[in-house]
Design a protein around this ligand. Sequence first.
Ligand code: AGP
Length: 613
Amino acid sequence: MCGIVGYIGAEEAAPVLLNGLKRLEYRGYDSAGIAVLGKTGLQVRKAKGILKNLEDKITPEINSALLTGAMGIGHTRWATHGGPSDVNSHPQTDVSGKIAVVHNGIIENYGKLKRQLEGRGAEFRSETDTEVIAHLIDCYYKGDLVQALIEALKRMEGSYALGIIHEDEPDRIIAVRKESPLIIGVGKGENLIASDVPAILEYTREVYYLDDREIAAVYRDRVEFYDAEGQGREKELAHVSWDAAAAEKGGYEHFMLKEIYEQPKALTDTLRARIKTYAVKSINLEEIGFDETWAEARRVVITACGTAWHAGVIGKYAFEHFARIPADAEIASEYRYRNPVFNPKDIFIIISQSGETADTLAAMRMARKSGARIIAISNAVGSTLAREADLVMYTWAGPEIAVASTKAFTTQLMCVYLIALQFGALRGLIKAEELARYIHELEQLGSHTKRILASREAVQRFAALQFNKTKVFFMGRLFDYAVSLESALKLKEVSYTHSEAFAAGELKHGPIALVDSATLVIAICTQTALFDKMESNIKEVKARGAATAVITFEDTAYFDDTADTIFRIPRTADCLSPILSIIPCQLYAYYCSVQRGLDPDKPRNLAKSVTVE
Ligand code: AGP
């Protein structure tokens, strides 16, 4: 995830900025940069890759006093728009090179703004959405950066945390945020801005937390706050008591929990820029550029590994459901050694959070040779998968640090649903109004996940009672079966509990022989037409002594008399429920791990990215 730091005070800014950026390295990034304002004007230095590259570039300049100035802004970038490169790194500047901007978030209408600004003569050097902001502010600049920013913000859609400096205003840094965190650290004769607490802890523990759309003008000796209309406002200073380790995790005990909690935002980020709102809402997948030729496709084949494969299984059901096209979900490590039958009219969807999984890449390369179209879904801009696939759709989840995948999974689902829905519309199977209804449901998922997370204590209490179970089975039908697969994997990975997933209808074909009083069965029940079938399955395992829990919609009492424990999730379309029903299961796995005294972020024997066979 990108990181922001800014400094204004009496010290040389460059070393302070570098130091702050180092404290944000744990968040993951692919390039870094700083802008310093001093006697020689605004100076920008950027470097692709690790922070050391930037440090090596600027240290000689710092030592020989060529890069001086007591104010500046810095950034570590995790690429979203445009791959990792020097030119795409932040700070981005306007045409005159007087305005420098660092940005976390996504400007959703940047394409439109860019075309308008180019029409007015702006020349763009990078592929980033951030450069648009610098040019836009320049358009409105008449000697007051705050006023120019207020006007520019009126035209920007999306999420942002921004640090901005202007060569003609050497006494202040301007900061603003919307849906992306930003704080102001208050020191003695110096002030800082940062996206995260660790960047400022060495300098101060007194902070202002910026509210959404609030603007701060940060001077060396004071901070002024304005609302979105430019009206001044007062704010209260807060004290940070976290130690450095807690600060890195945003106050959460582990990255896994932090990332589970980041899902509402990650889902919204992944969805929002891909929705067009005119008379009725529709899906706009510019990155894929669907046209009529796609309707000729005969089959969709999804390949991936682990959690990404589970997203693929849900994708298979989604393609059948929305687009009525044959679809397969293939485990990449198997697929690459089979002798599969290809057809140039197949569409391959390759899913990989890291974009570097060896088996997944091998399956992709095989599919390529067949002449089929390849769409990659990845969380890593510039990864091997992203570079080699014909088309890439990014999950804008931000870097996932915990080994167990959580927010990458739900954002992969969001991408898969969008492609399947768009495909259904293209094949004339989903009419505009129906599509708009599904989009509405997708838009609700961010707030629905927030509500589920708000009741996490129920899952925590349940885990405290059940964490010692030696056998945990997840079961469900259709989409719920796929969620069961992912839930069992999560529990295995982080708590080392023997857990398995079963298609509930398969129980009596064998697995029920394993069920006894030492078993916990978690039934995922969101396929409304199959509630009675699931009820029978729950009764069958109860009769053999198993403890039972059900995850179902909050507006049904269907399982109240059957299950021992019920976790409720907000109502959504049955086919979209996996994005919600997986959340209690992620939390359950996390709390079981903690109860067992394990480190959920670093499970034994596992690596985040499996780049070898
Ligand atoms: C999930 O929690 C995993 N650690 C693992 O299954 C992972 O999803 C798999 O290795 C695929 O990784 P990728 O998405 O980076 O390709």
